[in-house]
Design a protein around this ligand. Structure first.
Ligand code: NIG
Ligand code: FE
Length: 435
């Protein structure tokens, strides 16, 4: 075959991998860069009667049907008309505790009857209960539970998830969790972004002993962290900086050491009490600080001036029956970069559903539907340092998108507890389709 003929054949093969999606009543591009603050959070970049051309897993063109169909390469692509549904970037979920062994339904019942999160934790329930269960579980069992959850994430329109260790809390188990995350990355379509959360809480065997927490931190910094880094098992390092977990000074040491080893900090901050973790996150240049129910005005000011993302997790407050949600409006008005996440975990937020989180963001955090969508896509991608790759539908980006069975994007949070995701596409592949 001549060189020209070979090139043509290669072009042909590539074109068979192209897909033209048309018929979007609204196509939310989220174009215009990241991070989004203030008014720019509600700019969705909507194309009416929108279309997107996907080629070899990336977006080749996006715009109105007329614009995209006019392209020569669009003519030979496989075609799909989505029948007036809404198309948007796949959700990026920037905070989950993906790998755990079992639910904590017993504890849920106690909490409903009035036991506080901390009371439950003190009785070796809470995180320690999940640790006990995880240590006893086989890798296969953990993996198959996580795989099932990932399928459900995809069925809700999510295409990228962050995942933390933190229910192992000993050398073997923490490394096992991160190792399973790596394996899962190659075995199913969603991208998993790994965070080392060895500092989720002090494990039972170090409690009530002389210098127990400090001895655990020594193990974490001396043995676990170097191995996580050597094996390239995580990009981020997280600490639960709160009453009953780690102090601000302990968190500073752990995150600084992680940073020296190349792990970008992120922090569980101001969930149960105000500890100053937000200011610490800003000071250390953390990618995000998450929860923020108890932030004060100075914390909001600091976030407004920083690139550290304020990741809000309203699923926790909802599940725990708390009345105090994070002050999203103040954060947005103060110029903070706000993102949303499920915080999928067995203790405070057993959900994989970003659409449900959007409903809570609107009803409880008083975010508009447009703000909530930008917080769950482009700003969430920014929180994971992936805003150049995912989080918006723009030429050259990865073709990650979700199609919802609605005519107007506001209906995505408007319907709650209902399943409206119709199709999910990851890197150009259809990974979920209703019916
Ligand atoms: O993000 N706050 C700490 N960590 C989790 C909950 C962990 C658990 O209760 O198992 C959270 O809410
Ligand atoms: Fe969490």
């Amino acid at each position: 075959m001549s060189e020209a003929a070979l090139r043509l054949k290669r072009d042909d093969d590539a074109l068979t991998q192209s897909l033209l999606i048309t018929g979007a009543s609204q196509l939310l591009t989220l174009r215009g860069g990241a991070p989004r603050r203030g008014n720019s959070l509600s700019k969705l970049g909507i194309a009416k009667d929108g279309a997107v051309l996907i080629r070899e897993g990336r977006i080749a063109a996006v715009g109105t049907r007329a614009q995209v169909e006019a392209r020569k390469d669009a003519k030979r692509a496989e075609k799909m008309d989505v029948g007036g549904r809404v198309v948007l970037p796949g959700f990026v979920d920037p905070h989950t505790h993906l790998i755990h062994a079992a639910s904590r339904a017993e504890e849920y019942e106690l909490k409903i009857q009035g036991a506080s999160y901390e009371e439950v934790a003190r009785k070796e329930g809470g995180i320690l209960d999940s640790v006990k269960k995880l240590r006893a579980a086989s890798s296969e069992a953990l993996k198959s539970r996580a795989r099932a959850a990932l399928e459900e994430f995809a069925s809700c329109g999510t295409t990228t998830v962050e995942a933390k260790s933190g229910y192992g809390l000993d050398f073997t188990s923490e490394l096992k969790i991160l190792g399973l995350q790596r394996e899962l990355n190659g075995e199913q379509p969603l991208e998993i972004v790994s965070t080392f959360l060895g500092a989720h809480t002090v494990p039972a065997e170090f409690r009530g002993k002389f210098n127990g927490p400090e001895r655990y931190i020594a193990l974490l910094l001396g043995q676990m962290l170097p191995e996580v880094v050597n094996e390239g098992l995580a990009e981020f390092c997280d600490v639960f900086c709160d009453r009953g977990a780690f102090t601000r000074e302990q968190s500073r040491r752990i995150l600084s050491e992680g940073k020296q080893h190349g792990l970008v900090p992120r922090v569980h901050a101001e969930q149960l009490s105000r500890t100053g973790a937000t200011q610490l996150a800003v000071e250390l240049g953390a990618a995000s600080c998450d929860h923020l129910e108890q932030v004060n005005a100075a914390d909001i000011r600091a976030l407004g001036k920083s690139r550290t993302v304020a990741t809000l997790l309203p699923g926790c407050d909802f599940h725990l029956g708390w009345k105090q949600y994070a002050p999203a409006r103040k954060l947005i008005e103060g110029g903070a970069v706000v993102a949303l996440a499920t915080d999928y975990n067995p203790g405070t937020s057993p959900t994989v559903s970003m659409p449900m989180i959007l409903s809570l963001a609107c009803a409880q955090l008083r975010m508009t539907p447009a703000e909530a969508i930008a917080a769950a896509t482009i700003n969430a991608a920014y929180a994971l340092r992936r805003e150049k790759k995912v989080g918006s539908l723009e030429t050259g980006k990865q073709a990650d998108l979700a199609v919802f069975e609605v005519e107007d994007y506001r209906e995505i949070p408007y319907y709650f507890g209902m399943h409206r995701c119709w199709m999910t596409v990851k890197s150009g592949e259809i990974i979920y389709m209703r019916d």
